[in-house]
Ligand binder design. Structure first.
Ligand code: SAM
Ligand code: SF4
Length: 338
């Protein structure tokens, strides 16, 4: 559809390719307590100065404007969001914004068990947990820090608190963890867990890892289909790009996310807010709008809403990722709230 035929000022947030944008992912910090080999260099990154990071009040102001424009779902991510102090206060403030129907959290779960009560009380209803191995020695090799026991405690605390759905995100890397595919898939039989296998995506720091360890989701599915009859299912509610499959009578399901082999750009419903206040239009592109400068310059809620609406004109139709080619100027996923 041509840009001039779209009303960018009224109704829902619709981009120039007629996709309704209803989902905002918010990175609350660029820092992390792990150093996953596919995500971040071992030494960390040149962290953002505190003054450049949006305060909770500033994030809430942006979410309120986004809700006015039709955003309904929010994900809190990072970096590792649970290392930011009082994160439950942000969740509770966002939950109180009219129009916001769904708040989820992406976490490595190291600190989840300790914070679960406050998070649930604040309004958190569902969670995505990163877990790439079920073996402690491998956890250290992949995450470059210890902590599998804490992650397992975190997952159990989420089950006990009744969060639903609980999605486990597993980045599959040949020679690192692909021999655990079946063990991960079996977790979905007896427990209400949605295990999602993700193809390694390229960023500058991991281009070699990506070409050397890439496993397509077609191969992943073929391998776990050998366990038992695996049928396509609708999957849990949420905003994700995953395709789901389940074993007979399983309590959960297996999902695959394949940005490289089967991209989901046509169905894209999301934009991202970086920790330093840029609204990024695509995970793999540089198109963005700075919201922090106008916000700190006194922009009103309706002016922020106008900025969000006009940003729709620069959301690209699709990404152009190729195996082994790093996404433009992206050093790590944590920079943009992966
Ligand atoms: N720290 C939190 C966590 O690990 O869930 C939230 C931020 S993390 C950047 C969000 C998700 O991005 C995680 O599920 C992680 O596995 C995924 N991710 C990071 N780098 C990736 C890459 N190169 N390819 C595929 N997924 C990646
Ligand atoms: Fe940290 Fe998450 Fe990146 Fe791992 S994937 S280094 S836990 S931000």
């Amino acid at each position: 559809m041509a840009l001039e035929t779209i009303d960018l000022t009224a109704g829902r947030l619709i981009d120039q390719f007629s996709r309704p944008i209803t989902y905002l992912r918010i990175s609350v910090t660029d820092k992390c307590n792990l150093r996953c080999i596919y995500c971040m260099p071992e030494a960390g990154l040149p962290w953002l100065p505190k003054s450049e990071i949006l305060s909770y009040e500033e994030i809430v102001a942006i979410v309120a404007a986004a809700a006015d424009a039709g955003v309904r779902s929010i994900r809190i991510t990072g970096g590792e969001p649970l290392i930011r102090r009082d994160i439950e206060k942000l969740i509770s403030a966002i939950a109180a914004i009219p129009g916001i129907e769904d708040i989820a959290l992406s976490t490595n779960a190291l600190l989840l068990a300790d914070q679960i009560d406050e998070l649930v009380e604040a309004g958190l209803r569902r969670v995505n947990i990163s877990l790439d191995t079920l073996r402690e020695d491998r956890f250290f090799t992949i995450a470059r820090r210890a902590g599998l026991a804490d992650v397992k405690r975190g997952i159990q605390s989420a089950i006990d608190a009744g969060l639903h759905p609980i999605k486990l995100n597993c980045v599959v890397m040949r020679g690192h963890n692909d021999d655990e595919l079946e063990d991960f898939a079996r977790l979905t039989i007896d427990q209400p867990l949605f295990v999602r296998f993700i193809e390694v995506m390229p960023v500058h720091e991991n281009a070699a890892l990506q070409t050397e360890t890439y496993v397509s989701t077609d191969e992943i599915l073929a391998r776990i289909a050998a366990i038992d009859d695996l049928q396509p299912v609708a999957g849990p509610s949420g905003n994700g790009p995953a395709r789901y499959f389940a074993f007979p009578n399983a309590k959960g399901a297996v999902g695959v996310i394949s940005p490289l082999s089967h991209d989901y750009c046509e169905r894209c419903n999301r934009v991202r807010l970086t920790a330093d206040g840029r609204l990024r239009m695509c995970l793999f592109g540089d198109q963005h709008v700075d919201l922090r400068t106008p916000l700190r310059g006194g922009a009103s809620r309706s002016e922020l809403e106008g900025l969000l609406r006009s940003a729709m004109a620069i959301k690209p139709e699709r990404h152009h990722l190729r195996l082994g080619e790093p996404a433009a100027r992206m050093r790590a996923f944590s920079e943009i709230g992966g």
